[in-house]
Design a binder for this molecule. Structure first.
Ligand code: FAQ
Length: 315
């Protein structure tokens, strides 16, 4: 096929809502955009284990500890599905990690906020996973096949995570005055950063238009943010939490909750590396990645030995 015919076939697949698979021809800019988004997504899942890991040893009950451990393990697994899916676009995982360590690849800004008390674990599950789900449900229909299939599996697990967080918040809101105060304090600190997880507003987002044309993204940042707000404000009221936004109001005509102004300066400041935990998160990842080098070497040596044995016995 000529380049023109290849492009025509690619566009037809997108138009017909078919998936683009690793061996299909794709424009270089499409490959780069999907790879960027998937690697950033994978890094977010893995770095996202750190704020929660901070509370494993201080979980208030054995049940809470077991659930939190399982959740953190799920997040690591999500990172692995996504790294594997991203590798189908021609980049080795070690290069992805190198990009992360060198600050060339982003991860979600939300994981640069600290987890100060147990209610923060509730807020992460309820708000952070809640926001992640809204985004990921839409990404189940993304045009790149391996990404879409990874999302289907990830979404099943994320919904448990959201419920785990909401249960913690609901339990604390049924507790003592001090527990209620902790839950409200966590809500106050995590609400706005969770809204920022969807990325800059549509007018300031530089990838959305092209990504939506290619059906990499199936909804815009603002549309997904609104969906999350509408779901979550009601959930907050049910358990007695106050949404920390004096301008929040329900629009009877549009049937949507309207929020006050998002502090985008704070968002960009954290994205640029100046959040409370950016340095800590990266230093931790680099330290344990380096310490795990011998494990990777041992696994590779073992698999080379098995391969050699298999080819010797098949002779
Ligand atoms: N943080 O033009 P757009 C989770 C960057 S998973 C940092 O709108 P795009 C599970 C963006 O990369 C959470 N940077 O970009 C969990 C771009 O810069 P670039 C992660 C951000 O890609 C829970 C620039 O701003 N989920 O939480 C952020 O079209 C609990 C302009 O933005 C995903 O990654 C941000 N929040 O839309 C784990 C979902 N937002 O790359 C553990 C997949 C934007 O040109 C515990 N990703 N930027 O240098 C997406 O859907 C999209 O990439 C968006 C951004 C919507 C995040």
């Amino acid at each position: 096929m000529t380049e023109e015919e290849k492009l025509k076939r690619f566009n037809a697949l997108i138009e017909q809502d078919e998936k683009i698979e690793p061996k299909d021809w794709m424009p270089e800019a499409y490959r780069k955009t999907v790879l960027r988004q998937m690697t950033q997504h994978a890094h977010s899942e893995v770095i996202g284990m750190q704020p929660e890991g901070n509370w494993v040893l201080r979980a208030p009950t054995l049940r809470a500890k077991k659930i939190l451990l399982a959740k953190i393990q799920d997040e690591g697994g999500h990172g692995l599905y996504l790294y594997s899916a991203a590798e189908t676009l021609g980049m080795d995982r070690s290069e992805m990690i190198q990009q992360l360590h060198e600050g060339k690849a982003k991860y979600s800004h939300i994981f640069n906020y600290p987890t100060l008390n147990w209610a923060d674990i509730g807020a992460i599950g309820w708000l952070v996973d809640g926001a992640a789900i809204v985004n990921q449900v839409s990404l189940q229909r993304t045009s790149y096949g391996p990404y879409s299939r990874a999302m289907v599996r990830i979404c099943k697990e994320e919904s448990f995570h959201q419920r785990q967080g909401y249960e913690i918040m609901a339990t604390m809101m049924n507790g003592t005055a001090a527990q209620k105060e902790m839950a409200q304090d966590a809500m106050n600190r995590w609400w706005w950063p969770s809204l920022m997880m969807f990325g800059p507003s549509d007018k300031d987002s530089w990838h959305t238009q092209e990504s939506m044309q290619w059906k990499i993204k199936r909804a815009s940042n603002d549309d997904l943010r609104q969906k999350f707000i509408d779901k979550t404000v009601d959930q907050a009221y049910v358990i007695g939490l106050t949404v920390p936004d004096k301008d929040l109001k329900f629009n009877e005509t549009s049937k949507h909750w309207e929020i006050g102004a998002i502090n985008w300066d704070e968002f960009w400041n954290v994205v640029k590396g100046n959040g409370l935990c950016n340095h800590k998160r990266m230093a931790h990842h680099i330290k344990y990645h380096n310490e795990g080098q011998w494990v990777r070497q041992a696994v590779l040596a073992y698999s080379e030995k098995i391969n050699a044995m298999q080819s010797a016995t098949s002779l």
